[in-house]
Write a protein of this length. Structure first.
Length: 474
């Protein structure tokens, strides 16, 4: 890619990320006189209106998982009531401790704690913490496994084994906490290749990683086999249920072919499970779970000799927004099992319609056998050009690399009448257009093509760093 085209890409990203420069005042300093609240609110309302329709009408993969007006009004009301709460000060707000302990317990039991003979509240039972999101849950879990094995076995050069489909947050954990990550390939069904994982285990391996479901393809790794591998080597296994954790238990109850994926599998030591995705809580909460309180102890931070007082904090943040935990708790208890079953059923119905429709479009294929989120690709048309056509029709989807494909996380917005049908119709139109116009230029297709193919990965890293710089431009 030439320097000129790099500038073009950054220029168009700049325009996409900062469309309000001309319309609204830019503040680079604290205004001398405060802006009247009604003016601030007016601007907020305008922004909300401008940005609302795409996700509301079911054009966005993931992002807003519930989005129902009444649900939003309800969780916002709860947030308003609890917006001043900081979990760091349990003396002032013991309600925060109630909400978080119950969020953890409800999630643990949904993921098999009782059935696994590891009841919540017992020393060897499933326990955990509420975190700010999936990445924090994963980072905490991997730090915990690292510290646990440093203490138990003196491992000072820790390694993890993760299938290539494991979320980027495992790589982040590897970088942040100096854990070597051994990445293994998938099998032909886009699930972890267990033989490859076995071969990647070394005396320094502290943990194996598996996903239920993984982000790219929505497939479930063979958790029972990977659990057995972890037990055989006496190492830990983290199952990433950030995306699938609040979907699979209900899908299983509805009769979907969900293989064992949670604490019912004996080798599973920890799990991450996002309440802010299919748990329908507002953004900013997730749960990390451990088998046994001893493991969780290695997550905690304590400081005994600080002039600022005796200090402890279970997760990465110090002060934390109690309103988010309250809203999360309110979401779980108000939706309830019947609500989750109904929501999951309607999402799975939409997925079925989409799969059936996509498979009638010549040249398209679904990757693996996903439940819920899924990916589709093609050996015949440039799928990134198809994605550009879908973007032009309003869709906000994710492009996958190696193999090139498009990822969709269907939410309750996609379960609205007509959305699945509209999606299939737009994919059909887009594929036909790309077949008729294979030499299309512009859009994201060349960037994705370049990002997948360019041998100099440091160039891609540099480009991504520049994208973040663009985000922080005024
Ligand atoms: C499987 C999986 N794990 C982890 C994450 C990270 O979650 P978050 O974006 O909340 O940090 C995601 C996000 O989509 C995910 O799909």
């Amino acid at each position: 890619m030439s320097a000129d085209s790099e500038m073009d890409v950054l220029g168009s990203l700049d325009a996409m990320m900062h469309p309000y420069r001309e319309k609204y005042q830019t503040f680079s300093e604290i205004p001398q006189q405060g802006v009247p609240r009604d003016q601030v609110l007016k601007q907020m309302e305008e922004l909300q209106q401008t940005e609302r329709d795409r996700w509301k009408e079911g054009f966005a993969s993931g992002s807003v998982y519930n989005g129902d007006d009444e649900h939003i009004a309800f969780v916002n009301k709860v947030y308003n009531l609890q917006s001043q709460v900081n979990q760091l000060h349990t003396d002032l707000w013991p309600s925060a401790a109630k909400f978080e302990a119950e969020i953890v317990a409800m999630t643990a039991n949904m993921l098999g704690a009782e059935k696994a003979g590891a009841p919540v509240g017992t020393e060897n039972g499933i326990c955990g913490s509420v975190t700010s999101g999936g990445s924090e849950s994963i980072l905490l879990a991997m730090k915990t496994h690292r510290d646990y094995f440093r203490e138990k076995r003196g491992i000072t050069a820790p390694e993890m084994v993760a299938p290539i489909s494991a979320h980027a947050a495992f790589h982040k954990a590897a970088q942040y906490f100096n854990i070597k990550i051994n990445v293994t390939p998938l099998d032909e069904n886009f699930r972890a290749n267990v033989a490859a994982m076995r071969a990647a285990i070394t005396p320094n391996t502290i943990a194996l990683v598996a996903s239920a479901v993984n982000f790219p393809y929505g497939t479930i790794d063979p958790i029972d086999e990977i659990g057995a591998l972890a037990e055989e080597h006496k190492i830990n296994l983290h199952v990433d249920g950030c995306l699938g954790g609040y979907l699979l238990p209900w899908a299983e109850k509805l009769g979907a072919p969900v293989p064992p994926f949670d604490f019912r599998v004996p080798g599973v030591s920890s799990m991450s499970c996002d309440t802010h995705k299919y748990g329908y809580a507002p953004k900013g909460t997730s749960v990390v779970l451990y088998r046994g309180q001893e493991l969780r102890q290695h997550q905690y931070f304590t400081l005994a000799d600080w002039p600022g007082g005796l200090y402890y904090s279970p997760t990465f943040s110090g002060s934390r927004p109690g309103g988010l935990s309250a809203a999360c708790w309110a979401s779980l208890v108000s939706v309830g099992e019947t609500g989750y079953l109904k929501a999951t059923g309607s999402i799975l119905d939409a997925v079925k319609k989409m799969h059936e429709g996509l498979l009638t479009i010549p040249g398209l294929k679904i990757l693996g056998q996903p439940i819920g989120p899924f990916a589709f690709g093609s050996d015949e048309v440039n799928i990134y050009q198809v994605m550009d056509q879908l973007s032009a029709r309003g869709w906000a989807l994710t492009g996958l690399l190696n193999p090139a494909a498009i990822h969709v996380s269907p939410t309750l917005r996609w379960a609205q009448p007509g959305v699945a049908e509209r999606f299939v119709a737009h994919v059909r139109e887009s594929v036909e257009y790309v077949r008729e116009n294979p030499d299309l230029e512009g859009g994201m297709a060349p960037i994705y093509g370049m990002a997948a193919a360019i041998p100099d990965r440091s160039f891609v890293h540099e480009m991504l760093r520049q994208v973040m710089d663009v985000y922080y431009r005024l």
